[in-house]
Design a protein around this ligand. Structure first.
Ligand SMILES: Cc1ncc(COP(=O)(O)O)c(C=O)c1O
Length: 412
């Protein structure tokens, strides 16, 4: 069987994260002589809290009402329902003071799909795309799929020696230098970040934005973890799409609403980009899911009115902040290894001082504790692992237990 050259090539370089998750499958765990019930995983890049009860009730109301359920079975417009777009713009206004309107919003299946469509909308096949090192592991594969011949360049943002992110000044200088040399068409990064849970400093993000604006490039900010900032909210979280025509925010309800398996994504950007995305989305998914749009619209509308959505987001944020603290404290108590202080999101990065892949395999086989090797996020994490407290947020006591077990094994 002859598959496409592209997919044949991509199958030769499988994601190291998927590989390790396969290695930690129930069957493999049993083959290793371990008890699957005793495995402690810091591997999952997802959230473990519950969706709002009032959102669940909206789904029940729709399913219980023949007329609404019928409506949910119809296609929505490619850009999404007008009232869903309006309510998402309003949500951003109320939470972050973003002055977006319905015309600035396109709703899609997820931020994964929208990011893919953005590559096609904004760049040509042979353009250059700038990613950070480390960064979200899915981007390079998505770029390759969307723009076969694109060149991916990396800006190193982590100082491996001292295990700290570089200062805003250093990052800005390094960015200007690499931009000048490579002229990327798109600069893409998350903030808060996956895998580091760092928030990029305001001056640095402003520098990127200014340089992109002056040179007709685009800056895409992946806001998967926007509602999960533990400290001060950066000023760029409030940028308005019409004031920054080259700036694009990509959003998702995966993380904050625990909607991973029933998710929606949306993009907030200037109208010209939204209209162009409409054409791309006609070809990729035709239109977003109607049922999820209806339930989310009704939930956000009532939740903004009675204040329950803000309360829910505050509670969720505090739960992850607490989980982050428990994780960092356990690493300090049991492991003699440096880690980053999470500023939001679900993760920390621990420097293990040996090949991360080998470390992860060895630890899994001997302790039943799973970390994710850092390499898939960029070369700077070859000797590091990503630790996720996301899935354990409602199971905090387990966090400490895993590190204790690993420390006992490493002492031997
Ligand atoms: C930075 C980042 N962007 C995007 C995604 C995926 O988002 P979605 O569920 O909307 O496809 C993830 C998921 O882990 C992520 O960490």
């Amino acid at each position: 069987m002859q598959l496409s050259n592209l997919i044949e090539e991509m199958m030769q370089t499988p994601s190291p994260i998927r590989q390790i998750m396969k290695m930690a499958s129930k069957k493999n765990i049993i083959n290793m002589g371990l008890n699957p019930d005793e495995v402690i995983s810091y591997g999952g890049g997802w959230v473990g809290h519950h969706s709002p009860e009032s959102l669940r009730k909206k789904y029940m109301e729709i399913a219980g009402d023949g007329q609404k359920f019928y409506h949910a079975g119809g296609y929505s417009p490619t850009l999404g329902f007008d009232d869903a777009r309006r309510i998402l713009a309003n949500f951003e206004k109320k939470l972050f003071n973003v002055n977006a309107k319905e015309e600035n919003v396109i709703i899609g299946q997820s931020s994964t799909q929208l990011t893919y469509d953005l590559f096609i909308t904004l760049a040509n096949d042979n353009d250059t795309i700038l990613l950070f090192d480390p960064t979200y592991a899915n981007y390079p594969g998505q770029i390759k799929m969307a723009l076969k011949n694109a060149k991916i360049i990396r800006l190193k943002v982590l100082d491996e020696e001292i295990w700290q992110y570089e200062s805003a000044d250093t990052l800005s200088e390094k960015f200007k230098e690499i931009y000048e040399k490579e002229k990327p068409k798109i600069v893409l990064f998350p903030s808060p970040d996956n895998p580091s849970s760092q928030i990029f400093p305001e001056e640095f993000v402003e520098t990127i934005s200014d340089v992109c604006y002056d040179n007709d490039s685009f800056m895409i900010l992946d806001y998967a973890y926007k509602t999960q900032v533990f400290g001060k909210i950066p000023a760029y979280f409030s940028w308005n799409p019409e004031d920054k025509p080259h700036f694009i925010g990509v959003y998702s309800n995966s993380k904050w609403g625990r909607g991973l398996g029933r998710r929606l994504g949306w993009v907030i950007a200037n109208v010209e980009i939204i209209n162009a995305m409409e054409r791309a989305q006609q070809c990729s998914i035709l239109c977003p899911d109607s049922l999820h749009q209806m339930a989310l619209t009704e939930y956000i509308e009532s939740g903004l009115k009675d204040g329950s959505i803000k309360k829910y987001l505050d509670e969720v944020r505090n739960a992850y902040k607490n989980a982050a603290e428990v994780t960092v404290n356990a690493i300090e108590e049991y492991m003699d290894m440096p880690c980053l202080e999470p500023q939001g999101g679900l993760y920390t990065l621990m420097k293990v001082m040996e090949d991360g892949n080998e470390f992860v395999k060895r630890v899994l086989k001997n302790t039943g504790v799973l970390f994710i090797p850092g390499e898939g996020f960029g070369d700077s994490l070859k000797q590091a692992v990503r630790i996720s407290y996301g899935p354990l947020v409602e199971n905090i006591h387990v966090i400490k237990e895993g590190f204790k077990r690993v420390a006992e094994y490493l002492k031997k």
